[in-house]
Design a protein around this ligand. Structure first.
Ligand code: S3P
Length: 174
């Protein structure tokens, strides 16, 4: 059992900011699958999408997920679409603690706009990003439900969510 903590959920759910805080508290390594892809391929995500397309990005993402999940003592923030892929789902759900961070579409948009994150998310580029988020979230909900550990982040700061995660993780690790 690799026993990593994997955070899944839509963009803007807080996976990276919460993940960083939790990793620090545990003394574990923090890994962001998007940043791994960016580091390995030397370009921002939107450039990879633009130049090579989503299918190629998903291949890169799958390679990263398989490699990273083979390690131990890590908090892994998974790109929002990664868990939709069956192979990723199998790798992630095999011997790791998997928590889904959830938020409503309006909250997601608000958080992404606050750090100009919409333009960095090629799949959300749309004249009506709220509608796009709502549709994509509904399509993915069944995949985000792959874990029984669901955390509602509405109205909570990353630090508050991190506390919830740490408390539950402690229980689950017993
Ligand atoms: C994606 C989410 C992004 C990134 C890419 C695709 C998605 O990650 O992997 O833009 O399919 O929802 P975040 O969840 O970190 O934004």
């Amino acid at each position: 059992m690799t026993g990593n903590l994997v955070l899944i959920g839509f963009s803007g759910a807080g996976k990276s900011s919460v993940g960083r805080l939790v990793a620090k508290r545990l003394g574990w390594r923090f890994v962001d699958s998007d940043q791994e892809v960016v580091g390995r391929h030397g370009r921002p995500i939107e450039q990879i999408f633009g130049e090579e397309g989503e299918t190629r990005f998903r291949t890169y993402e799958r390679e990263v997920v398989a490699e990273v999940c083979a390690g131990v003592k890590q908090v892994i923030s998974l790109g929002g679409g990664a868990i939709v892929d069956e192979r990723n789902k199998q790798v992630v759900m095999n011997g790791n603690y998997v928590a889904r961070l959830a938020a409503k579409p309006a909250t997601i948009l608000h958080r992404l706009e606050a750090d100009r994150g919409v333009s960095e998310r090629p799949l959300l580029t749309s004249p009506d990003p709220l509608q796009r988020i709502t549709t994509l979230l509904a399509q993915r909900e069944q995949h985000y439900q792959a874990t029984d550990w669901q955390i509602d982040t509405e109205g909570l700061t990353p630090a508050e969510v991190a506390e919830l995660v740490l408390a539950e993780l402690k229980e689950r690790m017993r």
